[in-house]
Design a protein around this ligand. Structure first.
Ligand SMILES: C[S@@+](CC[C@H](N)C(=O)[O-])C[C@H]1O[C@@H](n2cnc3c(N)ncnc32)[C@H](O)[C@@H]1O
Length: 425
């Protein structure tokens, strides 16, 4: 009996989720905007995926056909889909991409965006639940599932289904909500429940807005500057943030448990720096206790210190897969992410440091003296050895390597620089 009730509840909540995204496809997107800009971010940034999941090596080299297979699970209105398909084309990578979503109206927008960019050739659209369908279309080299698992009635079963559809050397880019940075969101959802608010659609939205507008300035949501979808994301954003009826958030420890239960291993959070206590605290007496502990402990502590983590973005591989992100060695090729190299080189030359800002917090890091000279020689093609050989006179190699390593650790932790190995000829 209880099992029947649980599965009936699960069906009902999946239906509510589907109905919500049928009425309010999320995020709100206009296909015509594809002519103006490419929306990009994490997870799903191609270079990030290669760095963290494939150890800096070309993923297509590990498949017989030279083609890689990608799943966008819960693809919504298409942000990750469009980004991945466009990145594949820009890199002349052969990729088959499968999009699965419950919502027809979200799919229509995603399809129109893909058409607008003439990217439809290698994309397959599927309407349904990836929990049931992922394995049928797999196995995949990369699975992107952003902002979806926390809306499933059983997120563990959802992640297991994705893990089952992954190739042994494949990996996933995931995003689930972070509990601490979403202070006030669940208060609002609880108020809606206690008030027995409208069940769905425009009436629920209308009621939710009236409630939100009536709240005093002391309310936690009103005081939380780290969430903004209810203000900037239109009706779909308001609904998705505050009126969802199937929604949970995770603390760092829960993220690790979630991943490990599915037979997976967490490679890195994005940005890694946000999960490092040294980002928030410089007192030696505190750090002495905070840094000599396992990755999980450090990350959990950093989350508590920061308070502004609204979402956890992270890359996972199968637990048995021992792949590591590349570290600087002579053959690796450094390249920039999200930042213009020459501009960064000039600014570091001027100030001697770099200022990094995320979700309301700015952190300044001193950069090694050789950074501007190194940064200005990074072009995404030269290896670290070639960069060293460009110096005249050449510094001591150990000194160059040490300065490179420090500079790289700052930039990589801020998600501004990656490494890759040259393609095999
Ligand atoms: C918050 S939106 C995120 C959309 C997209 N991943 C993004 O980041 O822009 C969640 C999406 O997941 C979809 N979804 C929820 N449960 C699903 C399931 N079991 N199978 C397929 N799609 C699902 C919803 O229809 C919705 O489009």
């Amino acid at each position: 009996m209880p099992d029947n009730k649980n599965s009936a509840d699960a069906v009902q909540s999946s239906e509510k989720t589907r109905d919500q995204y049928e009425t309010y496809p999320y995020p709100a997107r206009d296909p015509e905007d594809e002519d103006k800009r490419l929306i990009s971010g994490s997870p799903g940034n191609w270079d990030e995926v290669v760095h963290y999941i494939f150890g800096g090596r070309d993923p297509s080299a590990q498949t017989k056909s030279g083609k890689i297979k990608i799943l966008v699970a819960g693809g919504g209105t298409g942000d990750a889909l469009v980004m991945l398909a466009q990145q594949a084309r820009d890199r002349k990578a052969k990729a088959d991409i499968i999009y699965i979503d419950l919502s027809e109206s979200s799919r229509e927008i995603a399809e129109a965006r893909i058409k607008r960019r003439n990217l439809e050739k290698n994309v397959t659209f599927v309407t349904g639940s990836f929990v049931d369908l992922a394995s049928e279309y797999g196995p995949f080299d990369y699975i992107d599932c952003c902002g979806v698992l926390h809306h499933l009635p059983d997120p563990d079963a959802g992640l297991r289904a994705l893990a089952d559809a992954l190739k042994p050397n494949g990996g996933m880019g995931l995003m689930v909500y972070g509990e601490l940075g979403r202070q006030g969101v669940y208060h609002m959802q609880e108020m809606m429940e206690r008030l027995n608010a409208e069940a769905g659609g425009a009436r629920r939205l209308h009621f939710g807005k009236a409630l939100f507008n009536s709240l005093p300035g002391t309310n936690w949501l009103k005081r939380n500057p780290f969430v903004g979808d209810h203000i900037h994301g239109g009706d779909a954003g308001f609904y998705d943030l505050l009126l969802h009826q199937q929604d949970r958030a995770y603390r760092v420890d829960e993220v690790f448990d979630f991943v490990e239960k599915a037979g997976l291993r967490l490679q890195s959070f994005i940005e890694p720096m946000r999960y490092d206590p040294t980002t928030y605290c410089s007192r030696h007496d505190v750090l002495e206790k905070a840094v000599h502990v396992p990755f999980r402990e450090r990350s959990a502590l950093a989350e508590l210190m920061a308070g502004n983590i609204t979402k956890h973005i992270f890359y996972v591989v199968k637990a048995k897969n021992k792949i590591k992100a590349p570290v600087p060695d002579e053959d690796t090729i450094p390249f920039f992410n999200r930042v213009d190299g020459p501009t960064l080189a000039r600014s570091v030359a001027k100030s001697g440091n770099i200022k990094i800002t995320f979700t309301g917090l700015s952190v300044t890091r001193t950069m090694p003296a050789a950074s501007p000279a190194i940064l200005s020689r990074i072009d995404g093609k030269r290896s670290i050895r070639q960069i060293y050989e460009m110096f005249d006179p050449r510094p001591e190699k150990f000194e160059f390597n040490a300065q490179f390593a420090v500079m790289y650790s700052v930039l990589n932790a801020a998600n501004l620089m990656y490494l890759r190995y040259p393609k095999k000829k």
